[in-house]
Ligand binder design. Structure first.
Ligand SMILES: [Zn+2]
Length: 287
């Protein structure tokens, strides 16, 4: 995988200076402030941290001021720059694919954070792993997850890391297509096992969309079969059955929310081989 000379995205927000060790800024900010900031951010559609800065005056520390106004990661931060080139490529690919369907792709933002950060979906925590918040259309990632991916989960490689971003961007695509709101509605009032089954289809679709992106990204990143192997291995390592076996020694299928290793590998492969949105209908096909 070659990425160093590829375009970087302007849509990366670096909040790593603003939130150290699970706290929220150089000076402690009461939970009340955070809640007020989140509500206002939701209503006005602005980055909650900007408001957080306004409410606390200039006192949330020099680190927090560094993120304003653009908050782009430093140019010498290799890992952040890597994430930024992957995000840029997803922007190009999904803009093109949406255009082909006669619609417009609204690009998401990607937030780098450490420990914890406020989001429109509530407080984001590193322990949750990378996630997407549909309410603020942002992908959140603590880059320490990549160490976990490599060391604890056994999925090394830069394309494994790219797959993680592409999967989260896949959730953004689902949001724009109206899949996420529809599923949220279906989940309301559903029995827990049924809600989990819906989650699995959402997650497998995000894997498939990551595969679609990977096919389109092949030439731009000079991908080789070994790169695709890294993504497939990652998909396999984070299957619910594999994680449950590793964590608790046994498997509880009705608690699955992301799909088995085999399913995740299969849907990434399907997207990668077929390269179309239509290939990713995980709701009307056997999974
Ligand atoms: Zn997901």
């Amino acid at each position: 995988m070659k990425w160093e000379n590829n375009r970087r995205s302007d849509n990366v927000e670096d909040r790593r200076g603003a939130s150290g060790g699970g706290g929220l800024g150089g000076r402690s900010i009461g939970l009340g402030t955070v809640v007020v900031a989140l509500v206002a951010g939701w209503v006005f559609g602005i980055n909650p941290l900007t408001i957080l800065g306004l409410l606390s005056g200039a006192d949330i520390g020099p680190a927090a001021t560094q993120q304003a106004p653009a908050g782009a990661p430093p140019a010498n931060d290799r890992q952040a720059q890597f994430v930024s080139t992957v995000l840029a490529d997803t922007e190009d690919v999904w803009t093109r694919l949406f255009k082909e369907q006669g619609s417009t792709y609204a690009v998401p933002r990607l937030v780098l954070f450490r420990g914890a950060t406020p989001t429109a979906c509530g407080q984001g925590q590193s322990a949750m792993g990378p996630f997407y918040c549909p309410l603020d259309q942002r992908v959140y990632i603590d880059l320490a997850f990549y160490d976990t991916l490599r060391q604890q989960l056994g999925a090394p490689g830069d394309f494994a890391q790219a797959y993680v971003i592409a999967h989260e961007v896949g959730h953004h695509v689902q949001n724009l297509l109206g899949v996420l709101p529809r599923v949220e509605q279906l989940k309301r009032g559903a029995a827990p096992a049924d809600a989990n089954r819906l989650s699995v289809r959402v997650e497998l679709q995000a894997d498939c969309l990551a595969g679609v992106w990977a096919q389109k990204a092949r030439s731009n990143f000079q991908l080789e079969p070994a790169d695709i192997e890294e993504a497939l291995n990652a998909a396999s390592r984070i299957g619910d059955d594999t994680l449950q076996k590793q964590g608790q020694g046994h498997v509880v299928p009705e608690s699955f929310t992301h799909g088995t290793s085999a399913q995740r590998v299969r849907w990434f492969s399907t997207g990668y081989e077929r390269g179309t949105l239509a290939a990713c209908d995980t709701f009307d096909s056997p999974i």
